[in-house]
Write a protein that binds this ligand. Structure first.
Ligand code: F0G
Length: 456
């Protein structure tokens, strides 16, 4: 069959409030042209993030009812722990309220002021948690990752030569771990190949440096390996995932992505002594080691979601539905990051609006226009987010000006995506008339969340 359908039926719905252009113009103006400051109910298609926004299955909702809320040793904890051990294969499992809590605990027992931690590309919270402890977070993406039009199948790979150079320059004793983010969110949701995972693991092992995966989108990465890497076509996603984690010494995970959960995360390691220290911090800030800041029902939902996410029909649909949007944009000549990643579509705003210089925030203009045109909420990933040094106050163009349209799991159908495509095309048709923006007010740190913008 040519047509790929959503492999689920809809049992429970949430109405979408449809708004008019005039209403949206008034609402975005009142929000200071910042999409973070809108009320969610005033958004028609919310593509702000794929994190915590998944639709849970009937089975997971049933699990929510079965959740065991005992303080210690709950049935839901054991179900969760056994599921994580079965798929991820690590000996120590530490539940946390979300991914960044796992990062904070891991780094607080391993990172010192002179530490250096390489990654293909650190996600914001990973970088911030390392820098908060005085460490240095270094991104080592492969060269193809920097070319937005390259068809390279694994643009999430780490640059191996750069890693070896970094270890030689820094000295292995200052590197408490090497990380790989699967898939590479900040690099366009691009996957990492098994060959690269294996090679990074080998290098880490040869220097006795622990190797960690940031596993948020591990199932999507596993399925990309199945589809794109020679030798994996006949393997199951779960076996590919097990192989990936088999090369690692531990992982951090946000259950808000590839566990379909609205909240939750965990930290894994094979090092019992390290886990002991991590659990002591967990007790101090998150909770007892058998719930880690979560309700029993949240653990239950994650345990169910972690199995569902490895279903082949789901993963096929997931990757194809993202590719569907990317391919159609590309066919129309609309600048989009290629090839399609797993969880999001990235518009290249600098090329979409070449007449707007980076310091007039083309990504912000484009994301506001997508809202005005059709009520779509996206997020600017560019000069607003990364172009400002909070210490010197200096502004410089970010490497890219992108607009990310992250696709919540199992939430929107193909007709919603056809609507998104139509909205993007309408904005594309009148792109030459779109103006740049200036910042009217902004805080020094993490300004993108609360800044207010004005049209030039
Ligand atoms: N690592 C990656 C690669 C992520 O994408 C995220 C979250 C985290 C860690 C942190 O997990 O939110 O559970 O604390 N990414 C979300 C996003 C917020 O929109 O991309 P968390």
């Amino acid at each position: 069959m040519q047509t790929i359908i959503e492999p689920f039926r809809i049992k429970s719905i949430e109405p979408i409030k449809l708004t008019t252009l005039a209403e949206r113009e008034q609402m975005i103006e009142a929000a200071g042209n910042n999409l973070f400051l809108l009320r969610a109910e005033d958004v028609i298609i919310d593509l702000l993030t794929d994190s915590g926004t998944s639709a849970m299955s009937a089975e997971a909702w049933a699990g929510i009812m079965r959740g065991d809320e005992s303080y210690a040793g709950a049935r839901s904890w054991y179900r969760f722990r056994d599921t994580v051990m079965d798929i991820f294969g690590f000996e120590q499992v530490i539940p946390t309220h979300q991914g960044r809590a796992a990062e904070r605990i891991l780094f607080s027992v391993t990172v010192k002021a002179d530490s250096v931690i390489p990654n293909n590309t650190h996600f914001d919270t990973t970088r911030a948690n390392i820098e908060f402890l005085g460490g240095k977070a270094v991104d080592l993406p492969c060269a193809e990752a920097l070319d937005m039009d390259s068809d390279h199948p694994f643009k999430g790979d780490m640059d191996i030569a750069a890693l070896e150079q970094l270890i030689a320059d820094t000295g292995p004793e200052r590197i408490p771990m090497i990380m790989l983010t699967v898939t590479n969110n900040s690099g366009g949701g691009q996957p990492v190949s098994m060959a690269n995972i294996k090679e990074v693991s080998r290098i880490a092992g040869s220097f006795d440096i622990p190797f960690y995966l940031d596993a948020c989108r591990f199932a999507e990465n596993s399925y990309f390996i199945k589809k794109r890497e020679p030798g994996y076509a006949d393997k199951n996603a779960i076996d590919i995932a097990r192989e990936m984690f088999g090369y690692a010494d531990g992982c951090t995970m946000s259950g808000k992505k590839d566990a379909f959960a609205n909240i939750g995360g965990f930290l894994c390691t094979n090092d019992a002594k390290l886990a002991h220290r991590e659990r002591n911090i967990l007790i101090l800030t998150e909770g007892f080691p058998t719930y880690g800041g979560l309700a029993g029902r949240d653990l239950e939902a994650m345990a169910i979601g972690l199995r569902e996410v490895l279903d082949h029909d789901y993963l096929e649909y997931r990757l194809m539905s993202t590719q569907y949007v990317v391919d159609r944009l590309r066919d129309k000549g609309i600048p989009v990051v290629y090839p399609a990643g797993g969880h999001a579509v990235y518009l290249n705003a600098r090329r979409f609006l070449p007449h707007i210089p980076p310091l007039q925030y083309p990504g912000q203009s484009l994301s506001v226009e997508l809202y005005r045109e059709g009520g779509i909420r996206s997020v600017e990933i560019g000069t607003v987010m990364f172009g400002h040094d909070p210490h010197s106050g200096e502004e410089t163009p970010a490497r890219w000006d992108l607009v990310r349209l992250a696709i919540p799991r199992r939430v929107y159908t193909q007709s919603h995506m056809d609507y998104v495509l139509e909205v993007i095309e309408q904005v594309w048709q009148r792109r030459e008339k779109i103006r740049g923006m200036k910042i009217a007010e902004a805080p020094d740190f993490l300004r993108h969340f609360t800044a207010r913008f004005e049209w030039l």
